[in-house]
Design a protein around this ligand. Structure first.
Ligand SMILES: [Zn+2]
Length: 255
C-alpha cells in the first residue's frame, strides 16, 4: 500500500459505542479503550467496525469498576480483545492505591498469560507503574499520555515499552531525547462526547509535531507508526483478533 493511502492510527481514544456506523467511518483506525468490563461487554454486543479495535479495560479512576473487579471475568473478556486498556494506576484517583495495584497486577498477569498488548495510564504514578511492569513483564506495553522523568522514560524504553503520544505533550524533550522512533505511537485520548470525525485531524496534529521533532516527513512517520503497531501485533500474536480493516493495513505495509 502506498503511504499516502494510509489512514491515521489513534492508539488510545474513547468512543461511545452507541455511535452510528456512519459516524464511526470518519474516525480512521482506532484502538478504542473502555473504562470498565461492563463497558467492554456492552461494546462487544454492538456491530463490529473494520477500523475499530475495542480494548478490554478497568480504569484506575473508576471506583465502581475497581471495587467490582473480578479477575476471572476480566480474563474471559480479555480473551476476546486484541488489546487490553484502559488500565493502570493513578495516585490522584479516589480509589485506594492498594485496590488499584491489586487490579493492575491481576490484569497484567492475564495479559502476560494471554499475550495481549496493554494501554497503560500512569497519572501521578509513573514510578509505581514502571515498578509493576518490571515485575509482571507483560508482552507489549503502550504507555499512554506518559509524563515520567527522563530516568523513568529510559527505564521504560529498556523494558521495551511503546509510547502513545498526545499532541499536547509531543514537543516535550523526553520523547525525542529518550524514545526511539520505533517506539512511537500517537493518540487523541478523545472523550466519549467528542465526534469521531475529530480523530483524524487531532492525530495529524500529533504527527506533524512528532515529524518535526524526529526530523521526518509526516507520511514517513505515519508509516513508521503503523509498522510500530505491526511490531506489537507480531510480538503478541493478536493478529486474528484485529478487525479486518486494521489487519488489512498491516498486511499491506510490506507491499
Ligand atoms: Zn484514556
Amino acid at each position: 500500500m502506498n503511504a499516502p493511502g494510509l489512514p491515521t492510527l489513534d492508539a488510545h481514544c474513547h468512543l461511545d459505542s452507541s455511535r452510528t456506523a456512519g459516524e464511526l467511518d470518519a474516525c480512521g483506525a482506532v484502538l478504542a479503550m473502555t473504562l470498565s468490563p461492563d463497558e467492554f461487554e456492552a461494546a462487544l454486543a454492538r456491530p463490529a467496525h473494520p477500523f475499530i479495535a475495542r480494548g478490554a479495560g478497568c480504569h484506575p479512576g473508576v471506583a465502581g469498576a475497581q471495587e467490582a473487579f473480578n479477575p476471572e471475568r476480566f480474563r474471559r473478556l480479555a480473551e476476546k480483545a486484541a488489546v487490553v486498556g484502559e488500565i493502570g494506576l493513578d495516585k490522584a484517583s479516589t480509589v485506594p492505591i492498594e485496590t488499584q495495584v491489586r487490579t493492575f497486577r491481576a490484569i497484567l498477569a492475564a495479559a502476560a498469560e494471554l499475550g495481549r498488548p496493554v494501554s497503560v495510564h500512569s497519572r501521578h504514578a509513573t514510578g509505581l507503574v514502571i515498578d509493576e511492569l518490571e515485575r509482571a513483564r507483560p508482552p507489549a506495553v503502550i504507555l499512554h499520555w506518559w509524563l515520567g522523568s527522563a530516568a523513568l522514560t529510559s527505564r521504560a524504553v529498556g523494558l521495551g515499552c511503546w509510547f502513545s503520544i498526545h499532541s499536547s505533550i509531543a514537543r516535550q524533550s523526553r520523547f525525542r531525547a529518550w524514545v526511539p522512533v520505533e517506539r512511537v505511537l500517537v493518540e487523541t485520548d478523545q472523550a466519549y462526547e467528542d465526534p469521531p470525525s475529530a480523530v483524524p485531524p487531532r492525530i495529524e496534529q500529533a504527527e506533524n509535531i512528532l515529524a518535526e521533532q524526529y526530523k521526518m516527513e509526516v507520511i514517513e512517520l505515519r508509516r513508521r507508526i503503523w509498522m510500530n503497531f505491526g511490531a506489537i501485533v507480531a510480538r503478541t500474536g493478536v493478529s486474528s483478533l484485529l478487525p479486518g480493516g486494521i489487519a488489512g493495513v498491516l498486511g499491506g505495509l510490506g507491499e
